[in-house]
Write a protein that binds this ligand. Sequence first.
Ligand SMILES: [Zn+2]
Ligand SMILES: [Zn+2]
Length: 358
Amino acid sequence: MKILLRNIRKKLFKVITILVILGIVFSPSSALAWSGKGHVIITRMAVKLLVDDPSTPAELKAILIEGLGNKNKLNEFEAYINNTNNLRMFDAGLDSFSVRPDDLTASKSPIPAFGINEPLTHYLDTEFFNLDPARQNFLPDGSNKINPTDLPRNPKDKRYLEGGFITFRTEQSYKSLVESLKENYSNDQVFLWIGYLSHYIADSYQPFHSTIDYQGHQCPCNQKREKKHNLHGDLEGLLFEDGSEAGKKNREKFLQYFNQTISRLSENKKQETIDPYLAVVDALLSGYDYLPMLCRAGEVALGKEKLDANLWFNYQEKIADKEISVLQVKAERMAQSAVKLRSLIIQAWNDAQAKKVH
Ligand SMILES: [Zn+2]
Ligand SMILES: [Zn+2]
């Protein structure tokens, strides 16, 4: 009897363990941001911009190429984007460090510097900071958007414990990168902080990371549904998972928009000093402006059962005098974060050199 009980207990334990693992692997995470592949693309593009630039110091180039593992990656964006297999497999170095914060979200890794856990570091629910308590929610017309000055630059402000720490975590990643470059005990540590900086900068450009309503449940298209649809992931991994012919076409268009925006933004080479904290505030609040449009795209693309990816990505409307599609929003926001990351890496390098001298 005892043995039988023990066997049952053992089996039960096994089943529970499997269920827990399945839960971790398949739980819909709100923090996957641009999806693993998206984060890798952003990091590789920032590296490409620096490696292709004759004014980048040779020493920094060497570190970046080592972190990449294989320099050919810089010329294989199309092949990388179109490979819809192994979406959660990443090379060691810069690729895997730029997606690692999402893995740490699943394990709720502590961040002692702020007395919080990893899941809080990927977003800022900005409406918590609306001075009018009645307006601390998302409205589909976007009218509850806050002003940058509504955000106190003080991580001890209790509202951040609910709202999120992406602004402070990004700043901390930047400072850690400067320190790592200055001391450089190991290149791997440098890769880690470049990867983390990339991750959080990129997250801040994802419009759904700036709102309490991060799944788009308050959108009119969702309010009439019994089972709410999560629009968040549709802006992230969906494009890279779509094996259909339409999916491939959309990826082609995406890459075109992405590269066009990179070229346009890179024309202005004048490097201004960037405050990483303010850069994140700016990215979050400029992303907020797209939320009403994303609601309306959901209205068009959401069928009874699921979302039509092709209708979703090609939905377009006029914003600030410019026709823009959801696919373009995605491409432009990702390109903007890659260019910002590029500037932050070179700035961190220069900051580290200046600290070495004095
Ligand atoms: Zn994230
Ligand atoms: Zn996300």
